[in-house]
Design a protein around this ligand. Structure first.
Ligand code: MG
Length: 390
């Protein structure tokens, strides 16, 4: 029986994970759940999964949820805030932590799980982008393991988790759906609406990652994630647009063989794999019928059109604190787009302007990371107020 804490149980990944877990009551026990402000859903989840703890955003939501649970005589204890998330990520009774909080907000709790040597099911790619080698090192030092939930990295992990010699890997090819705009022109891109950008053709995901998919920053962050996770030179990581999202990435070896994982684009597949690794369990998702998918397409991404992807590669080349800068600035830019302050194409313009002004610094601790993140956000907000973007 694995005892699990879910960081971000009300999001898209968290909900999918709970659906998989529900299929296997003999294998998994939910120790703690956590969300941000979706109290109604947390209440529902508490009634169904009866966790020992639930963590909410702040004291106000904690009081509200506690009250609702007491009315039903449900004994779950409700905690709140950053200390709460950290507490459930590092608790001695927990073996497995699903890190599914979106954005930089997930970093501190994911790091706590690494410090305590947990099995981390990593859906929060931003924490790998920000903490990079530090997160992997801390996890390894404490006999933990990080299993990627991100579908592309999960596919690669399935292929190379027992790979002895890294030199046998020629390259990693991350597939990308290309999002809703892979076929649009640059001119069309400058006029897309929030609704257009939130319409992802294949995957049903949260708002932030859906916008990231539309700009292809998602793939950029995934290239950075892959470089750190698999300890591979970024020059050996390529991106290939594959609009059908059936092949979830490839590994090319030096003998010319390429291996891959195929599956229906449903996050329950990589989640089930990460939950049960090295065994396999039912995910509730049917396999793909290739006889019905006879039109699989592949195309190289246009780095002028999808500037964010190019900028992510640039950040890997620069190293140091650049991956933290791009992640922080992107979060501010996506927020600004979603609140109608900037146009879609200005997302990459804001990031590029910020990166041009950034200076690299050495990263040695989580405090260093958080400081760079904080300063990058301040700078990005200032740029938003400047003449170029206001
Ligand atoms: Mg992905």
């Amino acid at each position: 029986m694995k005892t699990i804490s879910i960081l971000g149980s009300t999001g898209s990944i968290g909900c999918s994970a709970l659906e998989v877990i529900k299929l296997h009551p003999d294998k998994f026990d939910i120790f703690a759940l956590s969300g941000y402000e979706n109290i109604d859903l947390l209440f529902k989840q508490a009634m169904e999964f009866k966790p020992t703890y639930i963590v909410t955003k702040d004291e106000e939501s904690q009081i509200k949820l506690s009250g609702l649970l007491k009315e039903k005589n449900q004994g779950t204890e409700v905690l709140f805030g950053p200390e709460g998330y950290k507490f459930i990520a590092g608790h001695v009774k927990v073996s497995t932590v699903l890190a599914a909080i979106t954005g930089a907000a997930g970093l501190v709790s994911t790091m706590e799980a690494a410090v305590k040597g947990k099995r981390i099911l990593l859906a929060n790619k931003e924490s790998m982008v920000m903490a990079g080698n530090l997160l992997s090192e801390v996890s390894a030092e404490n006999n933990g393991i990080i299993i990627p939930v991100d579908s592309e990295h999960n596919a690669i992990f399935q292929v190379i988790h027992d790979q002895k010699n890294q030199n046998e890997i020629n390259k990693l090819i991350l597939t990308a759906s290309g999002g809703p705009f892979w076929n649009s022109s640059l001119v069309e891109l400058s006029n897309v609406s929030i609704t257009d950008a939130l319409k992802h053709p294949n995957w049903s995901m949260g708002r932030k990652v859906t916008i990231d998919s539309a700009t292809m920053m998602n793939k950029g962050l995934e290239v950075i994630e892959a470089a750190y996770l698999f300890k591979i030179d970024y020059k050996k990581i390529e991106v290939l647009i594959h609009p059908q999202s059936i092949i979830h990435s490839l590994v090319e070896f030096i003998d010319g063989s390429s291996l891959t994982q195929l599956g229906t684009p449903d996050m329950k597949v990589p989640i089930a794999y990460a939950l049960s690794f090295p065994e396999r369990i039912a995910s509730g998702v049917r396999g793909i019928d290739l006889s019905l998918s006879n039109d699989l397409q592949f195309e190289l991404p246009d780095l002028e059109k999808f500037r964010c992807l190019k900028l992510a590669y640039d950040c890997l080349e620069q190293g140091g604190s650049y991956p933290i800068e791009i992640n922080a600035t992107n979060e501010i830019a996506v927020d600004a787009f979603l609140s109608k302050k900037i146009k879609f194409t200005q997302i990459s313009e804001l990031i590029e302007t910020a990166l041009n002004e950034a200076k690299s610094s050495n990263i040695e601790s989580i405090e260093d990371i958080l400081e760079v993140d904080k300063q990058a956000r301040i700078k990005a907000r200032l740029l938003l107020k400047g003449s170029k973007f206001a």
